[in-house]
Design a protein around this ligand. Structure first.
Ligand SMILES: Cc1cc2nc3c(=O)[nH]c(=O)nc-3n(C[C@H](O)[C@H](O)[C@H](O)COP(=O)(O)OP(=O)(O)OC[C@H]3O[C@@H](n4cnc5c(N)ncnc54)[C@H](O)[C@@H]3O)c2cc1C
Length: 414
């Protein structure tokens, strides 16, 4: 196996997939390091089975490029389903979990990317202001991998931290809450999925058992293929970078999942035979570290729908959606329900010359982060990271215009 590449990408979620494919499509040699045995990130490791951010709130598509390649593969299997929420105008792409894993495998394989599954990044070596090597641990031992350019798409900023790159990190109580997403099977076709129905059931459960659940209601979506219901209810607000806190979050959220199931089976019409089909394999983490970039997206850029002439690399059309505490979400819109640009500098490390970060690591303030972290946008920012890293691997230069030309060639929407 080769151990030297033009570009190494850490993490195989939406951003990492797009980074790897985008880089490989320039002709670069690319390696993706993923700690689980499958690709997909939060979609497949936390059952977050709705892609937000492909469309703005007017219904205009704002992400294409590698993201579009994924949508096309879903379409080939007749599994490209969208749903628009009437009250907000938000359009999501509904996913089937196993189809999604298989589509991602295919998109990566077709691009000729080297993939290391069950491989966890544990350390990085730097020389002056550059990363030179990363170390991964796998079932059989350790492997050291060198590259000219590195992209952190780990969601948690593992490479940023290991490389000692500058980062942004809010205090634990200012970060967004986590949720252990539940999937429930055998829920009747006409079952009550309404917020009011859930709240009434949780209230009756409290009266009957004395147990107060963390939130009264949450998102309930019926998934394609399995017809299971995806439920976002079991919230925990803890420091996910502290192993004791994260362990406690998993245990408490799992216990909560069973309580919600019990409440709905007893008090929500159509849920009498429901069972807990799945949780995890890990609690959904909304926020940990972020890159400190050469530029930073701010709340005012989002609300103004700011367009950029000379440094744009992606569009984001998802409004600010901040889960400030269990069951408490703050919203903030984009001007005219449209989209704003994400700048090149927000994916380039301020301190480490050959390091980029995409997806939920893009340099942003807390409020802007609540908008650009979604998966559709992660495809777009990951794609730009991959193309930028590959361009740098070829020339040793940061050349925005070369990146832009290549993103246009790869049909990204900018
Ligand atoms: C509960 C919840 C609900 C959400 N709802 C939605 C929604 O409905 N729609 C939407 O679009 N977004 C939603 N989001 C946000 C979205 O899921 C994430 O922001 C998005 O997945 C970010 O993509 P990413 O590729 O940056 O990171 P991730 O999807 O987190 O992927 C990171 C990848 O890196 C891997 N990794 C991490 N550390 C290492 C390591 N040390 N070594 C190797 N690999 C590593 C992980 O295993 C993972 O595969 C939700 C998030 C949560 C938590």
């Amino acid at each position: 196996m080769p151990t030297d590449f033009d570009v190494v990408v850490v993490g195989g979620g939406a951003a990492g997939i797009a980074a790897a494919v985008g880089a490989a499509q320039t002709g670069a040699t690319v390696c993706v390091i993923e700690q689980y045995g499958f690709l997909g990130g939060a979609a497949t490791n936390s059952s977050v089975l709705t892609h937000c951010g492909f469309f703005d709130q007017t219904g205009t598509q704002v992400v294409a490029g590698v993201g579009q390649q994924v949508l096309d593969r879903l379409d080939e299997r007749n599994l490209y389903h969208t749903q628009t929420i009437a009250e907000t105008g938000n359009t999501v792409v509904l996913l089937d979990l196993e189809t999604t894993k298989s589509v991602y495998d295919r998109v990566l394989r077709e691009a000729g990317v080297t993939l290391l599954l069950h491989s966890r990044l544990v350390s990085a070596t730097t020389d002056a202001d550059r990363v030179t090597e990363v170390e991964v641990v796998h079932r059989g031992g350790h492997r050291r991998i060198t590259a000219k350019a590195f992209v952190d798409c780990s969601g948690d900023g593992v490479l940023i931290a290991e490389a000692g790159a500058e980062m942004l990190l809010s205090e634990p109580d200012e970060r967004q809450a986590c949720t252990l997403v539940m999937r429930a099977g055998d829920v009747a076709a006409d079952a009550d999925l309404s917020q009011e129905g859930m709240a009434a059931a949780v209230d009756k459960y409290r009266a009957a058992t004395g147990h107060t659940l963390v939130r009264d209601s949450g998102i309930a979506v019926r998934m394609p293929v399995s017809r299971e219901i995806m439920l976002l209810l079991a919230d925990q607000h803890r420091d996910v970078l502290d192993v004791d806190e994260l362990t406690e979050a998993e245990l408490r959220a799992r216990e909560l999942s069973w309580r919600y199931l019990d409440a709905f089976r007893r008090f929500l019409p159509g849920w009498e035979n429901a069972y807990l089909a799945s949780t995890g394999p890990q609690i959904g983490i909304r926020e940990a570290r972020r890159l400190a970039g050469r530029d930073t997206v701010r709340a005012e850029d989002v609300s103004a729908g700011r367009r950029r002439e000379h440094d744009a690399i992606a569009r984001c059309g998802w409004p600010m959606e901040k889960h400030v505490a269990p069951g408490v979400t703050e919203y903030g819109g984009i001007r005219d329900k449209g989209w704003y640009h994400i700048p090149h500098g927000a994916i380039c490390s301020a301190s480490t010359d050959n390091l980029w970060a995409g997806g939920r690591l893009v340099s942003s303030d807390n409020a802007a982060y609540a908008s650009l972290r979604v998966m559709g946008t992660s495809f777009a920012t990951g794609h730009a990271c991959g193309v930028a890293a590959a361009a740098y691997a070829g020339t040793g230069e940061h050349d925005y215009f070369a990146v832009r030309r290549e993103l246009d060639r790869q049909k990204a929407l900018i």
